[in-house]
Every structure is written in C-alpha cells, then in structure tokens.
Design a protein. Structure first.
Length: 148
C-alpha cells in the first residue's frame, strides 16, 4: 500500500468517527497525474446524489503530456462503494450532522483507493486543545532526544 496524498487538515478540523475505503473512477491522464502525486485533498468533501457518492473539491493537476485528453482538474470524482455503505452514510449525514471527508488517496496493488471518513466538525476550543496536545507531544519528543 503506497500512500499518495493525505488530508492532514481534516484531522485538525474534524473528529473522524468511522473510516471507509472507496475506489475512485478516474480517466487515463488523471491516473497518471495521481501516480505522480499531483493531487490535493485540501478543502475537499463528499456528497451523495441519486444513490451515488462523489468527491468534490479534489484537485488533480492536468497531466503534462496529456494534451486534449486532460479532464477538468476540479470535476466531481465518482467513488465506488457498496450500495449498503452509501445508504448507511447517507442516513448518518442527514440525521446526525456528520460530513463525509476524503482522508487519503493510496495505491492498493494496481487499484487507486480513497479513504473517506465520517466526520463531525470541531469547535474552536477543540482545535486549540489539539494544538496544545501537539505542542506538548513535540516538547516531550525533544526532551527524550536530549536525554539519549
């Protein structure tokens, strides 16, 4: 499993309740760009429409050697999941105020996969708490290295 891109901001802005794996429907030049690591998940989210789930705001840079075959970098990418999983996510997003956020894109053998999370938004004070915890962990790491 080779991780191509991660959405680290998602872990800062949201509590990730559950994680799901989904395939991504991509075209040829998009696959080549993603394999080169030219994908950005920042400010992306997922939407469910007519029983299908789409990743919106995922930016895949145009492939340099792709000329007319390149697609729009911000086009909605359809995610491939089982119908039961999509319906479960749809129910939770509608009722409980959750969001579906792309967390990472990775290669699993020859297949391109996206890890999506069922997330609940953090408040400002929760984000401050995350920053304080991160700083404390860094300080502990520094002290441990100084001792050795």
């Amino acid at each position: 499993m080779k991780i191509i891109a991660q959405n680290k901001k998602a872990y800062f802005d949201y509590y990730v309740e559950e994680k799901y794996e989904a395939g991504i429907e991509l075209y040829g030049t998009e696959v080549k760009s993603v394999r080169l690591g030219q994908i950005n998940l920042k400010d992306s989210y997922c939407s469910i429409d007519k029983g299908q789930i789409f990743a919106l705001g995922v930016h895949i840079s145009p492939y340099e050697k792709g000329n007319i075959f390149n697609k729009d970098p911000l086009r909605p990418k359809r995610l491939l999941m089982h119908k039961k999983e999509i319906l479960k996510l749809f129910g939770q997003v509608r009722q409980a105020g959750y969001s579906i956020i792309p967390l990472s894109v990775y290669l699993k053998g020859p297949l391109m996969k996206m890890e999506i999370g069922l997330c609940k938004g953090k408040k400002l004070y929760d984000k401050r708490e995350s920053i304080a915890k991160r700083d404390a962990d860094r300080e502990i790491g520094r002290r441990m290295r100084e001792r050795n």
